[in-house]
Design a protein around this ligand. Structure first.
Ligand SMILES: [Zn+2]
Length: 493
């Protein structure tokens, strides 16, 4: 049995300014055996594919895996970029000789200027190479915006059920098992896709809590029934202004189309009944900072402030509140400011006292630049491996960063490009002792909880301005279907 593996992935924030070109991909694109080497032992979709296929004694044919390098979000993929990797996958499949199946690791939230539904188009292009009879199965992130076009193009679609995403490998295993059984003639995939018509901000989509927990519990109930192979729900990605934005339900059954459709409708109906729960008022930067300080003073720290709207890393709203309200013992692992970072790199060394103006440069959501004074405690390009449950062991190579100690155990990391600290490695790598912090400010929505929930006693979700805000009414959509709840034209007051 010969199974090809390929991937082309992006979560495109069309509310960011800079288009996504080949330059954001090419240095990180993997080809041939490197795809397997880079994923082996890391809990990714592709490691899941490999585990099953190797145990089966199948021949794995790795083609191309294109995903964007680090450095934050960017806007629409250029036609050149989309064509380069999607045709490279097609041509690689064509050149691979006779194949029995294709596993594609896609994301689902790609927005491409030249392809309204990019994932369906990637599958159609792969199909050009292998023809109608070779099964093509797809794994997706749950931040996927998809509709029937993907269901029509692919033989089966499997989507994560966890946010923070800790089941990527498991979904890879489920997809690979399905393709093996299909190739052996022991399974006939039948699939339905239903869209309830809901769009929601990522910060409301955590899988362990209401409302998504209710939805995934229902999926798992259905999966216990005979001939039901996998019931998936993607709550969707609100920051890609695409025609198929919003939630979708995909159901894969064994040769029973009617059952797939019935289940997809049932899960969609459940999600629709919960629609009001996919938004709730959240505190802004001022209130969140006050809440955090109060909790700390009551001995209820450490506290994480999830400052999730900022997709560039330059926003200063929360930093300014921490300074203004006199908070102590905190760290912000990222204020993106290439100019300030370059100046530090060229003109300073560790131990220097500096006064800087940082952040607040990208757009109307960023806030104004913030002035800070302190001592440089770290400078360099950190490399480390992730230590949290998400992608544990994966290597991170960062651009230049400088950590500034503002006194009173307050730390700000000035970075060339957006960086994260979804586990402690992003802090430890720049010399910040996270065990001594009361407040950790993360430019993230939900992923950090996979690690930080075990450290912090409270996670404060916020509604601050940004390119990926909790409050979707602050964004202007051109392509969203009018009947999408709650911000499509039909629902706007
Ligand atoms: Zn995701």
């Amino acid at each position: 049995m010969r199974i090809a593996i390929a991937g082309f992935s992006d979560e495109t924030c069309t509310f960011c300014k800079d288009p996504t070109g080949v330059d954001r991909y090419e240095s990180w694109a993997l080809r041939g055996k490197a795809i397997l080497d880079e994923n082996r032992g890391i809990p990714t979709y592709i490691n899941g594919y490999m585990k099953v296929l190797e145990a089966e004694g199948a021949e794995i044919v790795p083609i191309t895996y294109a995903s964007k390098g680090p450095g934050g979000f960017s806007s629409w993929l250029t036609p050149e970029c989309f064509d380069k990797y999607s045709y490279e996958i097609r041509d690689g499949l064509k050149a691979a000789g006779k194949l029995d199946g294709v596993l594609l690791s896609l994301h689902g939230a790609m927005a491409a200027a030249s392809a309204p539904k990019p994932e369906a188009e990637i599958v159609r292009r792969a199909r050009q190479a292998v023809g109608p009879d070779v099964p093509i199965m797809v794994t997706l992130d749950l931040h996927a915006n998809e509709d029937h076009e993907l269901a029509d193009a692919a033989d089966a679609v499997f989507i994560l059920k966890t946010y923070p995403h800790v089941d990527s490998e498991e979904i890879g295993v489920i997809a690979a098992r399905c393709i093996v059984k299909t190739v052996k003639g022991k399974f006939k995939p039948t699939m339905a896709c239903v869209r309830p018509g809901i769009v929601s901000a990522s910060i409301y989509q955590a899988s362990g809590y209401h409302p998504m927990k209710d939805v995934y519990d229902r999926c798992r109930e259905w999966e216990k029934k005979p001939r039901v192979y996998c019931v998936s729900v993607a709550p969707g990605y609100a920051y890609a202004d695409v025609v198929d934005i919003g939630m979708s339900v995909f159901v894969v059954t064994d040769n029973n189309q009617e059952l797939a459709e019935k289940i997809a409708q049932d899960v969609s109906d459940l999600a629709w009944s919960l629609r009001e729960s996919f938004a709730a008022p959240l505190p802004g930067a001022e209130e969140a900072t006050r809440m955090a300080m109060e909790l700390v003073s009551q001995g209820k720290g450490p506290v994480v402030i999830a400052d999730g709207a900022d997709r560039i890393g330059d926003s200063t709203h929360t930093l300014k509140e921490l300074l203004r309200q006199g908070a102590k013992n905190w760290a912000i692992p990222c204020i993106t400011d290439a100019k300030a970072a370059t100046d530090l790199e060229k003109n300073h060394k560790v131990g220097d006292e500096v006064t800087l103006t940082i952040g607040g440069w990208y757009d109307q959501f960023s806030g104004t630049p913030a002035k800070i004074s302190g001592t440089i405690e770290y400078m360099g390009k950190p490399t480390y491996r992730l230590v949290g449950p998400m992608r544990k062991g994966a290597r991170v190579n960062e651009s230049f960063v400088a950590s500034i100690d503002l006194g009173l155990n307050r730390h700000v990391v000035v970075a060339q490009r957006m960086r994260g600290a979804n586990d402690s490695a992003g802090l430890t790598a720049v010399g910040i002792d996270y065990t001594k912090l009361d407040i950790i400010i993360l430019k993230d929505r939900v992923h950090h909880r996979a690690y930080w929930d075990s450290v912090a006693k409270v996670d404060i979700r916020t509604s601050v301005p940004g390119q990926g805000p909790a409050d979707l009414t602050t964004l202007h959509y051109d392509n969203m279907p009018a009947d999408t709840f709650p911000v499509g034209k039909k629902w706007r007051k």
